[in-house]
Design a protein around this ligand. Structure first.
Ligand SMILES: Nc1ncnc2c1ncn2[C@@H]1O[C@H](COP(=O)(O)OP(=O)(O)O)[C@@H](O)[C@H]1O
Ligand SMILES: [Mg+2]
Length: 442
C-alpha cells in the first residue's frame, strides 16, 4: 500500500515517514499541499496522510482536490490539533476517511492504515453490499424521515467509521441509547462488547470502582480484585449514560482515560492501557452544568468531539406516523393491529414530554387494552394530564405556548373569526394578536 505523508513541519514529517516505512508501508512525503498535488499527478497513492493546517494549500483544500479530481480511490486521513477537531469533522463530511488528533501514538495511525488496507482488499462488490445493508439496516432501526432524523442517520454512519469520542445529547426518550448501540453495531468494534454504564445509578463513592475496577482490600467490602466496566468493554465500546451524573471529583479520572487511554484500579497506582471507544450521553445542557461548576470544562471539551443531538419528538411530528407503525409492529409480535383516525389525531395533538419512549409505552398500553384495536378512548386517559405534567417537568415554555394557542383559538371562535373583537376580548393589542396568530400559524 502506497502512502503519501504531507506535513509542513519537517521533523514530524521525517519521523512519521520513518515509522511508516519500518511498519512496512511504501511511503513518500511532501512538505506542503502544492507539492502533494504535483506528486499525485504523477503517481497514484492509496492513502494521503495530511496535516490539516499548512501554509500554501492546507489539508482541507488538498482533500477537496483529491476528492474532486477523480484520482484512483485515494483515502485521506487528516492529522489535526485538538483545537481544530470541528474542521476535521467537516473534512470527514467531505469524504476524508478519518482524522487523528495530535499528538498521537504511531500505532493509532498504523491501525487506521491497516483498516484501509483490509477494506481495499475486499472486492468492491462486497463493499457495495455492506454499504447498502448498513444503510437499510440503519433505516430499519433509527426511524424517521424528518430532516433532523436523516441527519442523525448520516452522522451515525460517519461516526461509526471514526474512533473518536461521541457525545449524544437530547431529552429522555429521544433515542440516545438506540443511537449509541447502532454506532457500535456499524463500527469495526461490533464483534467486541458494547457495555452500557448508567452513571446515575451508582452511589458517588462506588462509581470509580464500577468503571475501573478495584484491587483486593482497597476499601471495606472489597474482598476480591474486581474488573470494571472498562475491562469488560476492552476492544469494544463503552456507553456512559447520564455522564453528567459522575461526581465532579471523579470526573478527572475519566478525563485521563480519554486523553491517555489509561485506567487505574481503585487501590493501585498501576496504569493499565485500554482500547475502548467512548460514547457519552446526557439529557442536561452541559455548558450550563459547566458554568455552575458541576461539570469540568476540560472533560466537556474532550467528550464533545463528535456530537449528535436528538431532537424532541414534538419538534418532528412528521416522524410520528412512521414511528407509530414501527413501534406497533414491535409490540404486536405478528398479531393483527389497527389504529383509528381519531386516535392518530390524538397522538398528533400531544406534545410528548417523554418523547419516543412515552409514545412506545402509550401504544403498548392501548394495544393491550384494546386487544390490538387502538381507539382514541384508549389513549386519552394518559394524555389529558399533559399540561400539568409539562409545567411540572420543567417544560414550562411548551405548556405556556400550548395554553396560549388554545386561548387564541378560543377567542377567535367566540368572536366568529373577527380578529379585532377577539383581541379586545383578550385585552390584547390587535397587532400583538396578529403576531401571535402568525407565530402559531393559526
Ligand atoms: N428514531 C427512533 N426509531 C425507532 N425507535 C426509537 C427511536 N427513538 C427512540 N426509539 C425507541 O424509544 C425508546 C426509548 O429510546 P432510548 O434510546 O432508550 O432513549 P434515551 O436513551 O434517549 O432515553 C426505545 O424503545 C427505542 O427503541
Ligand atoms: Mg437512555
Amino acid at each position: 500500500m502506497k502512502i503519501l505523508v504531507v506535513d509542513d513541519e519537517e521533523i514530524k514529517r521525517v519521523s512519521l515517514v520513518d515509522d511508516l516505512v519500518s511498519a512496512g508501508f511504501e511511503t513518500s512525503s511532501a512538505s506542503h499541499g502544492k507539492e502533494a498535488i504535483g506528486l499525485l499527478d504523477q503517481e497514484s497513492f492509496d492513502v494521503v496522510v495530511t496535516d490539516l493546517r499548512m501554509s500554501n494549500i492546507d489539508g482541507m483544500e488538498l482533500l477537496k482536490h483529491i476528492k474532486g479530481n477523480g484520482y484512483a480511490p485515494t483515502e485521506v486521513i487528516m492529522m489535526t490539533a485538538y483545537g481544530s477537531i470541528p474542521l476535521a469533522v467537516e473534512a470527514m463530511k467531505l469524504g476524508a476517511y478519518n482524522f487523528i488528533t495530535k499528538p498521537f501514538r504511531n500505532e493509532e495511525l498504523t491501525l487506521l492504515l491497516e483498516r484501509i488496507r483490509e477494506k481495499k482488499q475486499r472486492p468492491p462488490e462486497v463493499l457495495k453490499v455492506k454499504e447498502t445493508t448498513d444503510q437499510s439496516r440503519l433505516e430499519r432501526t433509527i426511524i424517521g424521515n424528518s430532516s433532523a432524523m436523516c441527519e442523525v442517520r448520516r452522522l451515525v454512519q460517519l461516526y461509526a467509521r471514526n474512533d473518536a469520542t461521541v457525545l449524544l445529547t437530547g431529552e429522555t426518550g429521544t433515542g440516545k441509547d438506540l443511537v449509541a448501540k447502532t454506532i457500535h453495531d456499524l463500527s469495526d468494534r461490533r464483534s467486541a462488547a458494547f457495555v452500557k454504564v448508567n452513571c446515575a445509578t451508582f452511589p458517588d463513592h462506588l462509581i470509580e470502582s464500577a468503571l475501573f475496577g478495584h484491587a483486593k482490600g482497597s476499601f471495606t467490602g472489597a474482598d476480591h480484585q474486581r474488573e470494571g466496566k472498562f475491562d469488560l468493554a476492552e476492544g469494544g465500546t463503552i456507553y456512559l449514560d447520564d455522564v453528567d451524573d459522575i461526581p465532579l471529583d471523579h470526573q478527572i479520572k475519566l478525563l485521563r482515560v480519554i486523553e491517555e487511554k489509561v485506567i487505574e484500579r481503585v487501590g493501585t497506582a498501576v496504569p493499565i492501557h485500554v482500547n475502548v471507544r467512548i460514547i457519552a450521553a446526557t439529557k442536561k445542557q452541559l455548558p450550563i452544568e459547566m458554568q455552575n461548576g458541576r461539570f469540568r470544562s476540560d472533560l466537556y471539551y474532550r467528550l464533545n468531539v463528535l456530537r449528535i443531538n436528538l431532537p424532541p419528538l414534538h419538534a418532528r411530528l412528521v416522524d410520528l406516523p412512521l414511528l407509530v407503525e414501527h413501534l406497533l409492529k414491535r409490540t404486536a409480535h405478528g398479531q393483527p393491529y389497527s389504529l383509528d383516525k381519531e386516535a392518530v389525531q390524538c397522538l398528533l395533538n400531544h406534545t410528548w414530554p417523554g418523547n419516543v419512549r412515552e409514545l412506545a409505552h402509550t401504544l403498548e398500553r392501548a394495544f393491550l387494552l384494546g386487544n390490538g384495536h387502538i381507539t382514541r378512548d384508549l389513549l386519552t386517559p394518559e394524555m389529558e394530564s399533559t399540561h400539568k405534567d409539562l409545567a411540572a417537568s420543567g417544560r414550562f415554555n411548551i405548556a405556556v405556548h400550548q395554553t396560549e394557542q388554545e386561548l387564541l383559538r378560543q377567542a377567535l371562535k367566540e368572536a366568529n373569526g373577527n380578529k379585532s373583537a377577539a383581541a379586545r376580548a383578550l385585552g390584547m393589542r390587535l397587532s400583538t394578536f396578529r403576531d401571535k396568530l402568525k407565530k402559531y400559524n393559526l
